[in-house]
Design a protein around this ligand. Structure first.
Ligand SMILES: CCCCCCCCCCCCC/C=C/C(=O)SCCNC(=O)CCNC(=O)[C@H](O)C(C)(C)COP(=O)(O)OP(=O)(O)OC[C@H]1O[C@@H](n2cnc3c(N)ncnc32)[C@H](O)[C@@H]1OP(=O)(O)O
Length: 715
């Protein structure tokens, strides 16, 4: 709702009340209309102030209303009524003014912001554009280049930047509503002719075409197929070239296309999924709301390689006290320098001082005796990790949580090295660990709910989106990647090239195709895992292992020392080791031809559809297996992992959302088709849960949990 009160005798105060972020629901919109009408009708009222309850101005349109039948007054006429008012209206911006919230403020005659407030038009991140006249008012207020930047990126700006850009008129460190009331009284009675943004001409640009061409090129490059950023540029162009009323028409037309698009649905699903993963549950019934985390004040990181350094930076930046341990003196010195450099660069960016004093370095593992939690980040080798866990069990005080940063090793096996396996969880960070948002928190069968709650809470403290998953080979992300990469390899055997496979996957929206990504991560990583699993038989490049089809192509490249970017060659060639520019490699093409000839394989023409379906549907099929086994609690967990950790295009929601969009019946049919053609590839065999979902009438994704529950109860 919106509450109307009178303060200081002559000020009408409208307070938006719709927790948690005062979103502009139908009731709130109606409340604003009624309050404005009332204030304008009261002769004693000289001016109005609009604010939000609980220190939050407004988080924008109510996203939960999208996709439902629209009721209540639409936003544009509401904002026009405010702008047309004959009495000054001042927005008192505390906390947030985002999307429709900022558009509401732009409809007001003046804007006063608290110094800690954040403002922005993030609609593009939801697959939309600021279609409550934001795309038309903002360029008129701050000029085209700055408006293009804010609207196409959706970034939030601080109150200080908003003041500099001219979005707000004043910034205060004190009570914002008081400041706004004082300000409103000071301007009451003055002419409002120069305060109605819709009447402003858009600031002229001499190089208008060049500015818009450059903006379009920039968003097309960054968008990887997303349509909203392109529409945002088009809407701002309308503001720059058309009268306001016509610009609004164009804004509406562009919004109509976006509003009902699959991309908007995917991005809005992603928004809620990212928040839903915090409400984790385990198959035992333990849940986020019944498991209390222990506060972590002091943590230790063991092993200061690339991952350990990033984790140390993340912990120190979040204000924790960190003991950073590396037993090799030379490596310790290098790590200290690297960590300090990262902290200094990060602090410079944020305009704060680097938290160097939060870290103490040591080459002795015995120095971790008084910490609350340890994150072991030594080399990915089970024997080494076990040794470290045994040492930690001896030196840590009772109750210390022992976490391992691993991308796929057995958490339970490691837990068995300690007398308190309930205190052990996996924390799978993604490189670079201080930058990437994703954290897989992996619980073993003996991990206690409190250990999981503590790791999830710690993830939140250090700014990660944490997803709780069960223990299995590769956990969720890497386990699903395995059939995807296998299919990519099989396609090469059958006649495709790495360039073609990557092109198809990149056109789908991945930042990198399977082969460019493998070259970046290092081909030796998978080679080591396959060796440990007994799949690599030197000198035996046969195409079957343990009764299933196997492609030894990656192993053969590794045997030649082709580990990817770091060695200057892999699936592609590079100018020098470490170079990032992948070039097609004639050597690789002849190698593939010889390989096919040696195995009696005849290259055939493979089309886009086959590449996409075989790579993606096998990955999705593994996702259904993961849900069936209870390794992930719901499809949102998998989708968040893929969007944040594996560059799955956000505007496609994630693999499970994509399956829902394609249609489960279609996915099932195509998997059956490919499995018939390749009966020796078990990952193409449709899993039970997928069949069950189709048999139960292909419910929409938000109802899959009901079917999953039934499957689990029958196990
Ligand atoms: C057929 C043709 C039709 C064509 C035309 C139709 C047009 C009709 C529509 C016109 C509208 C156009 C223009 C306006 C559009 C918008 O305003 S879109 C929304 C823009 N706003 C945002 O994107 C802000 C989103 N929110 C956030 O970024 C963050 O939530 C936050 C505000 C910064 C707060 O962050 P934090 O404190 O970390 O809390 P969270 O956990 O993120 O959120 C707390 C809960 O609040 C829920 N929530 C947040 N924002 C909204 C919202 N705008 N609407 C509804 N709910 C919101 C969030 O989901 C959390 O709840 P839970 O999910 O239950 O945890």
């Amino acid at each position: 709702m919106a509450q109307y009160t009178r303060i200081s005798g002559s000020v009408g105060l409208i307070t938006l009340k719709n927790p948690p972020v005062n979103a502009l629901s139908a009731v709130v919109r109606q409340g604003i209309v009624d309050s404005v009408e009332r204030a304008l009708g009261e002769p004693e009222v000289k001016c109005l102030v609009i604010c939000g309850q609980s220190g939050k101005f407004c988080g924008g349109a109510d996203i939960r209303e999208f996709g439902k039948k629209m009721t209540g007054p639409p936003l544009i006429p509401v904002f026009h009524a405010i702008e047309a008012a004959a009495k000054p209206v001042v927005a008192a911006i505390e906390g947030i003014a985002l999307g429709g919230g900022l558009e509401l403020a732009l409809g007001c005659h003046y804007r006063i912001a608290h110094s800690k407030a954040k403002l922005g038009l993030p609609e593009v991140t939801l697959g939309l554009l600021p279609a409550a006249a934001g795309s038309q008012r903002l360029p008129r207020l701050i000029g085209v280049p700055a408006a293009l930047d804010l609207i196409t990126t959706g970034r939030h700006v601080t109150a200080a930047e908003a003041l500099q850009l001219g979005i707000v008129d004043q910034v205060t460190d004190h009570n914002t509503v008081d400041a706004a009331v004082k300000f409103a009284l000071s301007v009451a009675g003055q002419s409002l002719d120069a305060r109605r943004i819709s009447t402003f001409p858009c600031p002229r640009l001499s190089n208008l075409d060049a500015v818009f061409e450059a903006a379009m090129q920039k968003v097309r490059q960054a968008a990887r197929g997303a349509i909203a950023p392109v529409a945002c540029v088009q809407a701002v162009r309308a503001a720059a070239t058309l009268p306001y009323a016509q610009g609004l028409e164009r804004e509406k037309e562009l919004m109509a296309t976006l509003f009902t698009s699959g991309q908007a649905r995917a991005l809005q699903y992603s928004f809620f999924a990212q928040r839903a993963v915090g409400r984790w549950s385990m198959p035992s019934g333990a849940r986020w709301d019944t498991s209390k985390p222990k506060p972590i004040r002091k943590a230790a990181v063991i092993g200061l390689g690339t991952m350990g350094r990033g984790i140390t930076v993340g912990l120190a930046q979040a204000g924790l006290s960190v003991v950073a341990v590396e037993t090799q003196e030379k490596q310790l010195m290098e790590a200290k320098q690297a960590v300090s450099g990262m902290l200094e660069r990060g602090a410079k960016k944020r305009g704060v001082s680097p938290p160097l004093g939060n870290i103490s370095y040591s080459s002795n593992i015995k120095t971790v005796g008084d910490v609350d939690l340890v994150i072991e980040a030594v080399f990915e080798d089970m024997a080494l990790k076990k040794e470290v866990f045994q040492q930690l069990s001896a030196v840590c005080r009772p109750g210390t949580f022992l976490c391992t940063n691993t991308s796929g090793l057995d958490i339970d096996d490691l837990a068995s090295q300690t007398p308190n396996p309930e205190l052990v969880v996996g924390m799978h960070f993604f490189a670079p660990a201080h930058v990437m948002k994703l954290l897989e928190v992996v619980y073993g069968p003996r991990s206690s709910p409190q250990a999981v709650a503590t790791a999830m809470q710690l993830g939140k403290v250090i700014g990660k989106v944490s997803v709780a998953v069960g223990n299995c080979q590769g956990f969720v992300g890497n386990r699903m990647l395995s059939p995807y990469l296998s299919q990519a390899n099989f396609l090469l055997e059958e006649g495709a090239t790495p360039e073609f496979v990557d092109q198809v996957l990149e056109e789908f929206g991945f930042a990198m195709g399977a082969f460019r990504m493998s070259d970046l991560s290092g081909l030796d990583v998978g080679w080591r895992v396959r060796k440990a699993a007994g799949l690599v038989v030197p000198g035996k490049p046969a195409r079957m292992r343990q009764g299933c089809r196997y492609s030894p192509l990656g192993d053969l490249l590794c045997e030649q020392g082709r580990f990817g970017q770091k060695t200057g060659s892999g699936w592609y060639q590079y100018d020098k080791p470490g170079s990032r520019v992948a070039k097609p490699d004639p050597w690789l093409h002849s190698f593939l031809e010889e390989y096919r000839a040696r195995h009696g394989l005849v290259a055939r023409r493979i089309d886009h559809q086959e590449v996409l379906e075989r790579c993606l549907y096998s990955l999705i099929n593994e996702g259904f297996r993961i849900l069936e086994e209870g390794i992930a609690a719901g499809p949102e967990d998998i989708d968040v992992i893929y969007v944040l950790g594996y560059s799955w295009p956000r505007h496609r929601g994630g693999p499970m959302f994509y399956a829902d969009m394609v249609g489960l019946t279609r996915v099932l049919e195509r998997l059956e088709f490919y499995h018939q053609a390749h009966p020796d590839v078990p990952s193409l065999q449709p899993c039970n849960l997928l069949r069950k979902l189709v048999a139960s009438g292909t419910p929409p994704i938000h109802r899959w949990r009901e079917v999953i529950k039934k499957v689990h109860s029958q196990l």
